[in-house]
Ligand binder design. Structure first.
Ligand SMILES: [Zn+2]
Length: 192
């Protein structure tokens, strides 16, 4: 991919947006009122706005490897705080996904120095499980449910988010579908 290609695509983007609504960017300048705070993996195949076809302004997104809630992660904590305190989001969507390289690296004992501290956090999600017996779908489900637990225990959520529902989902890379998981780990009909 070349810079020229990005530039060309960007031109198509802003021209199309202006064609649909000549005041679109003026409205963007007025501010944002996203309905959901989204935590997703950094994986290039899991862009939340793309897989849900949500327009700009709808999703306030935080991404990291393995879609982790980590109370020591200042970047995540700041995003969570801002989303709850100032944007007053109506829900928190945690998007796990199948074939996650971050989870694979964590459970298969990747030892690269620069990744170690982060993978340790992911590995802790599986400390009570036999991850060797789990398929990619079970791994992502277990991981996303662990993040729900961590979020419920997060000081900022406890202070500002008690009334805000947490919606755990797994995005299936192999077919593009989002599966809504209940807190007991069962797949449920999508009713967001
Ligand atoms: Zn991932």
């Amino acid at each position: 991919m070349k810079w020229k290609e990005l530039k060309r695509k960007n031109k198509l983007f802003f021209e199309e947006m202006r064609k649909v609504d000549p005041y679109f960017f003026d409205k963007m300048v007025q501010g944002q009122e996203p309905e959901l705070f989204v935590l997703a993996c950094s994986d290039s195949r899991v862009s939340p706005s793309v897989i849900t076809q949500m327009p700009l302004g709808k999703l306030f997104i935080h991404r990291n490897i393995g879609n982790q809630v980590n109370e020591h992660d200042e970047s995540f904590s700041a995003s969570l705080y801002y989303a709850l305190k100032h944007l007053k989001v109506k829900g928190i969507l945690i998007i796990g996904h199948t074939h996650c390289g971050g989870i694979d690296a964590a459970v298969n004992g990747n030892n690269e120095e620069a990744l170690k501290p982060w993978l340790k956090g992911i590995r802790e999600s599986f400390k009570n499980e036999d991850s060797t017996l789990m398929c990619t779908s079970q791994l992502s489900k277990t991981n996303v449910l662990k993040q729900v637990e961590r979020l419920q225990a997060h000081a900022i959520y406890k202070e500002l988010g008690q009334h805000v529902p947490i919606i755990p989902v797994v995005y299936h890379i192999e077919n593009g579908k989002i599966e809504h998981i209940d807190y007991d780990g069962n797949a449920i009909a999508l009713d967001m």
